[in-house]
Write a protein that binds this ligand. Structure first.
Ligand SMILES: *Cc1c(COP(=O)(O)O)cnc(C)c1O
Length: 384
């Protein structure tokens, strides 16, 4: 098949399966409101859990950073792109989370790819939760290591997979809070089973950092575990973008030699590193604590009010509250109906989630007001 016909065929297949993806050009997409064209929607699709993307202190820090340093970093961190602003942020993150070191990456996707590519060799085995984020699973598939997937949050299945003979080392991969289901991993059990097998644990806490745990330190602090590799991302509760890998001195030095996404890529702008410091300061402050409490209240109110819906709630206690519908087309129709009623909700379909589990992925944030949650519930109950 020619390039052209192969491409046409693949896209046509997606359309037929009601799985064709399109982007929406928005005037505003993070925060309480989403604006498209001349219409404003209550935004139940953003990962800006604490509303920090619009926080005046964070915005001002980025503006001040741009005044001080200009807008770009000028190169890879290994050449001229690593500034004091990056170094300070790394130090603040490693102190806050209790690690020797933090290394900044431009995205969580890049961090996950880099860590797995730099670590896993031909003789090794990666054992990953089967619902792990695409950035983790794709990296594992591409690595020369063997990949095994354990049943979601099932540490006993994990233990059985780890018990099979392996020539090299084992890396266990999971998330703190799962991105499409909103449930939390049993990290203490997973850490114990991993340790008993002499493996290393890698936790991607994209959805837990800033929100869960004492002072927003995330899922690992909340569950009392200290994985060898902790990935935190800044596109969710931090309200910006970028990521960091938290690890020991030795591992950090190793990544500085072998993590290709770090070495061959332009460092994040130093102004962004300043804005991230400001976001971290908010997360650690009373303001951050109040935002976490507001969010928790919204989650409780939503779950209380959503009893009796045609689509049962999952047991997620996090900001991610999926309503699993099943069928792709039905899910799309529901999302469209919600939009007509002023609520912006994204339909998530396979292959992002397993076949037959298309869903409305609702996210609540501290930027919402109680009336937003009430409005959403009225729409879902067909009272509007
Ligand atoms: C969003 C997300 C990522 C990707 O992070 P980016 O910084 O957006 O590239 C990685 N892992 C998980 C679990 C995520 O939810």
């Amino acid at each position: 098949m020619s390039w052209q016909s192969r491409i046409e065929h693949a896209v046509a297949e997606r359309r037929e399966a009601q799985a064709f993806r399109q982007r929406q050009p928005l005037a505003q997409g993070a925060g309480r409101w989403l604006v498209r064209g001349d219409r404003r929607y209550r935004n139940f699709s953003s990962n800006d859990y604490l509303g920090l993307s619009q926080h005046p202190q964070v915005v001002r820090a980025w503006q001040q950073g741009a005044d001080l340093y200009g807008v770009g970093s000028g190169g890879s961190g290994h050449v001229t792109g690593y500034h004091q602003a990056h170094q300070h942020l790394e130090e603040q993150l490693s102190d806050w989370l209790g690690y020797d070191r933090a290394l900044l990456f431009i995205s969580g996707f890049a961090a996950n790819q880099a860590v797995i590519a730099a670590l896993a060799g031909r003789e090794d085995r990666i054992v990953a939760d089967r619902l792990s984020h695409a950035s983790l699973l794709e990296a594992a598939v591409q690595s020369p290591a063997q990949l095994r997937r354990f049943q979601h949050n099932d540490s006993q299945h994990l233990a059985r997979l780890l018990a099979a003979p392996v020539a090299g080392q084992q890396l266990v991969v999971t998330e703190g809070v799962f991105s499409m289901d909103g449930d939390r991993a049993p990290l203490a059990d997973i850490a114990r089973v991993t340790r008993e097998a002499n493996g290393w644990l890698m936790v991607d806490d994209a959805h837990g950092i800033g929100v869960d745990g004492e002072n927003g330190r995330g899922s690992c602090q909340q569950q009392g575990v200290h994985p060898e590799l902790l990935i935190v991302t800044f596109g969710k509760a931090f309200g910006l973008s970028g990521a960091a890998v938290l690890c020991s001195h030795d591992v950090a030095d190793y990544f500085l030699q072998f993590a290709r996404h770090l070495i061959y890529s332009t460092a994040m702008p130093p102004a962004q590193a300043l804005a991230l410091q400001a976001a971290l300061a908010v997360i650690q402050s009373d303001d951050g604590q109040q935002r976490r409490e507001t969010l928790a209240q919204h989650v409780a109110d939503f779950r209380h009010g959503a009893g009796g819906l045609a689509y049962p709630l999952t047991d997620s206690q996090s900001a991610i509250q999926p309503l699993i519908v099943g069928d792709n087309q039905h899910t799309l129709q529901l999302a469209e109906q919600l939009r007509e009623q002023g609520c912006w909700v994204t339909a998530i379909r396979p292959p992002t989630v397993p076949a037959g589990t298309a869903r409305l992925r609702l996210t609540l944030t501290a930027a919402h007001k109680p009336e937003d949650i009430a409005h959403l519930l009225e729409v879902l109950h067909g009272e509007r």
